[in-house]
Design a protein around this ligand. Structure first.
Ligand code: 3PG
Length: 415
């Protein structure tokens, strides 16, 4: 091995340069989890981000089998990877094959006959029920998933940084039983985000979106450990906090009550911190009309932060030295409700702060920004929740497993 390792919390992780991939079978875990509307992929950034890793693996003469998840069981974005594969073929300029199977005979048979230069995509890993259970490492090593596939490959390449906070078989199980290296996305993320950890203060996190359980966990950690100076909220995160405060949140009541009522006590605890900020107004869909409504009197379905909130958040962003944007602030899939997210990004980039685009669905507004501003972005992460876990020092099983793999399979090898 050439010794081109990366360092994470003083642990080593091997990279693509450390192994000879000629004629080798490689199991590559990427994260192509994308925003979906009516079964259609709305943004291909996540898919595009892995192109350099895939190209490199093919150019190095390996046989590549790709795994990824899409959505969560029971949600409308929980779809097959067939259309992701079509996009991959277009982006790579050659045919990428899709097999509608993961660990069954169909997939294993195809993996066995794979030739150099061929790229195969397996079905959505979360179609396997055991993949949806986060487990300790000893159990992950013994899942059917890992047992059925690991012996078919020479190497595992971990490129799914955006899912590295999940202790799931496809992410942390394989590296424990076979030599594993970091792909290019994983490598860039670890290096890029490490810069933000030692970022200048004051630091501000904008947190929005609909992954409320994760958001509460993240806010709790960052606020209690004082790793962040301000937290600005938007999206459903903000509506949950307003509901916890006793406000009427209009038509958002239903979703919060039905899906997130158990989070209200924790949300109430967070209201005690005066450096967590809530929107003062929203852009709401009131019987089909777009209206600005005060947070104190929400009517209709609140879908974006309002103009007053944007101004007041912008003041805080202007004075920050490090900004992490983990959004979105509203329902950005709908043109009428993209403004808040775009304005926050614009103001952040107009400041002198080091700005990190904390991934997930936030990056899908990149094309709305002028090129001059895009150049100001310090780092664009493909990870949503993963970014904040990383920055707050939470365990990252997907990275930890790569470090363990290094210790087990690479350490002591002649360089
Ligand atoms: C993400 O979008 O943050 C990752 O793909 C992980 O998805 P998850 O939160 O459903 O595990």
């Amino acid at each position: 091995m050439s010794g081109v390792v990366i360092s994470y919390n003083e642990r080593n992780i091997a990279t693509i340069e450390d192994v000879d991939l000629t004629n080798k079978k490689v199991l590559l875990r990427v994260d192509m989890n994308s925003p979906i509307k009516d079964n259609v992929i709305m943004d291909t950034s996540r898919i595009r981000s892995h192109i350099k890793t895939i190209k490199e693996l093919v150019e190095l003469g390996s046989k590549v089998v790709i795994m990824s998840h899409q959505g969560r069981p029971g949600e409308s974005d929980f779809i097959s990877l067939k259309s992701h594969t079509e996009i991959l073929s277009k982006l790579l300029g050659f045919n990428v094959e899709f097999v509608g199977d993961i660990i069954g005979p169909e997939a294993r048979k195809r993996i066995a006959t794979l030739e150099v230069g061929e790229v195969l995509v397996l079905e959505n890993t979360r179609f396997l029920s055991e993949e949806n259970i986060e487990m300790p490492f000893e159990q992950l090593m013994n899942t059917n998933f890992v047992k059925k596939l690991s012996h078919l490959f020479n190497y595992y390449v971990g490129d799914a940084f955006a899912s590295a906070h999940r202790s799931q078989a496809s992410i942390a199980g394989f590296p424990l039983v076979m030599p594993a290296v970091a792909g290019r996305v994983m490598e860039d993320e670890i290096k890029g985000l490490s810069k933000a950890i030692n970022g200048e203060r004051p630091s501000t996190l904008f947190i929005g979106g609909a992954k409320l359980k994760d958001a509460i966990k993240i806010m709790n950690h960052l606020i209690k450990t004082k790793k962040i100076d301000n937290i600005l909220t938007g999206g459903l995160v903000a509506l949950l906090l307003l509901k916890a405060k006793g406000y009427n949140i209009g038509k958002a009541e239903k979703i919060i009550e039905e899906k997130f009522a158990s989070l209200i006590p924790e949300a109430k605890e967070l209201l005690k911190y005066d450096n967590i900020f809530l929107p003062e107004d929203f852009v709401s869909d009131v019987d089909g009309n777009v209206e600005v409504v005060s947070s104190k009197e929400i009517k209709g379905s609140p879908k974006d932060i309002g103009p007053q909130t944007i101004d007041y958040y912008n003041e805080l962003l202007k004075n920050s030295k490090t900004i992490i944007l983990r959004g979105p602030a509203g329902v950005i899939e709908d043109e009428r409700f993209r403004n808040g997210t775009i304005k926050l990004a614009t103001e952040s980039l107009n400041s002198n702060a080091y700005v990190i685009f904390g991934g997930g669905h936030f990056i899908s507004i990149l094309n709305d920004l002028p090129p001059m501003l895009r150049k100001r972005i310090g780092y664009i992460s493909t990870g949503g929740g993963a970014v904040v876990y990383f920055l707050s020092g939470e365990p990252m099983p997907g990275i930890e497993a790569l470090a363990l793999s290094y210790e087990k399979f690479f350490k002591g090898l002649k360089q």
